[in-house]
Ligand binder design. Structure first.
Ligand code: ATP
Ligand code: MG
Length: 410
């Protein structure tokens, strides 16, 4: 089945005037048997409803034994609705469909013929009918229905022909409480609905990597909060706005994100004054982790998330990651750990964060960076350097936490 909207179908989709009133939502079934199915379906329905909220139109979302349906009540914006659904984790396929009442074979034939006529004005196409009969009381079995519908389509539209191996149109007819007729499947993002796993704290910078890391962890059903460290006046208001914007783009997928904006200037200057400059980034990172973990624990997050990837820069060698990790008690999830930069960029383009990420605003880490940072930090030496901060650092961390600005980004 084609995974995208076909050209012929696209040309017939008009704003508020789609020929489809409903969508059949397909979701992955692995690991969601028994009791879990309800948790999964409820979360999926909740996320679909949130995603469709800003879309023009009114929608009803229902579930029926392994199926989720979205039905528009009146006019709606088809393109916007499909776009919103392609961002809901847990969905593997979105099938625009006709849902018709179940009567008898004659009515079924009439409905299928009108579907084919409306959806495929160009009839020079091969097809195959796939019937599923969940309602066994229907007098014909699936094979008989396939044969009957196939024959009637050929009679009605002589330009069409059957191809059982590689049909251009896979015409699905599902006989349930009602009848679902569909022939296109638009790929969903996969993953698990947000809300089926716990919550995690993303360390969100204005770069390319961390928004992608947030997207990926959220794809596994995890809700997000985020922490951003800035260093005014060394970093600008525009740099901060860029991070708020990035959080907003990630939130299209993850749902709303509470963003903690920490003023890191005093801490950075103090580290700069007291510690060896080749260790600055590692020590700064350790304080970022400590502060992010404070907010994470306060709001019940089960882990931290970063955009780190082995060897990307000096602060991300395995030794550096070990040194950064050492100060955390929560697990640190690094979904990009084995990704090349090009692969990360490909995801960021797909999810639409790339253009914002590359805006050239300064980041607090790049301002206080050393010319030759350590690539193999020794944890004992780092700890010894941190002791030079003992006089003021606790008060500074407390102050940074106290003055943190929190915004809800959706
Ligand atoms: P990104 O990794 O987001 O593209 P970057 O590559 O400039 O930005 P790195 O120096 O690679 O950032 O930092 C590694 C990780 O540390 C980031 O992915 C992010 O999770 C975290 N981090 C870095 N700077 C900040 C910051 N200013 N605020 C919050 N988290 C940060
Ligand atoms: Mg990076």
């Amino acid at each position: 089945m084609s995974r995208t909207i076909s050209q012929s179908m696209k040309s017939h989709i008009k704003k508020g005037n789609s020929m489809f009133r409903s969508f059949l939502i397909k979701y992955g079934e692995i690991g969601i048997k028994g009791k879990n199915r309800h948790v999964f379906e409820d979360a999926l329905i909740r996320q679909i409803s949130l995603a469709l909220h800003p879309v023009e139109g009114e929608f009803e979302i229902t579930s029926e034994r392994g199926r989720v349906y979205v039905e528009a009540k009146g006019d709606y914006d088809y393109d916007e609705a499909v776009l919103a659904l392609t961002r809901v984790f847990g969905i593997v396929g979105i099938c625009p469909m006709w849902q018709v009442e179940l009567h008898d074979m004659d009515q079924l034939i009439a409905d299928v013929l009108s579907y084919v006529d409306a959806v495929y004005p160009d009839k020079d196409k091969s097809f195959k009918v796939f019937t599923k009969r969940a309602d066994k009381s229907f007098p014909l079995d699936s094979q008989e229905i396939n044969a009957e519908l196939g024959g009637r389509i050929l009679d009605a539209y002589p330009a069409m022909h059957v191809d059982v191996h590689h049909p251009e149109i896979e015409l699905h007819v599902e006989i349930r409480a009602r009848v679902n007729i569909y022939s296109e499947e638009i790929a969903g993002p996969g993953g698990m609905p947000v809300g089926t796993a716990g919550k995690a704290m993303l360390l969100l910078s204005g770069g390319i990597d961390s928004p992608v890391a947030g997207y990926m962890i959220s794809k596994r059903g995890v809700s997000l909060e985020a922490t951003y460290f800035h260093a005014p006046p060394y970093t600008s208001e525009r740099a901060k706005q860029k991070v708020v914007d990035l959080a907003g783009i990630v939130a299209r997928y993850s749902g709303s994100i509470r963003l903690h904006i920490v003023n890191f200037t005093e801490i950075q200057l103090y580290i700069y004054d007291q510690c060896p400059h080749d260790e600055l980034t590692i020590i700064m990172r350790r304080y970022m982790m400590r502060i992010a973990e404070h907010f994470a624990k306060e709001s019940g997050c089960l882990g931290l998330v970063t955009g780190e990837s082995i060897g990307q820069v000096a602060s991300q060698t395995m030794k550096s990651l070990m040194a950064t990790n050492e100060v955390c008690t929560l697990p640190v999830y690094r979904p990009l750990i084995a990704f090349d930069k090009n692969d990360i960029i490909a995801v960021s383009e797909k999810i639409d964060t790339y253009e914002t990420s590359i805006l050239p605003f300064e980041d607090c880490c790049t301002i206080f960076v050393a010319k030759h940072p350590v690539t193999k930090p020794n944890v004992n030496i780092i700890r010894r350097s941190e002791r030079k901060l003992s006089e003021k650092i606790d008060a500074m961390v407390e102050e940074a936490i106290r003055t943190t600005e929190t915004v809800e980004v959706c």
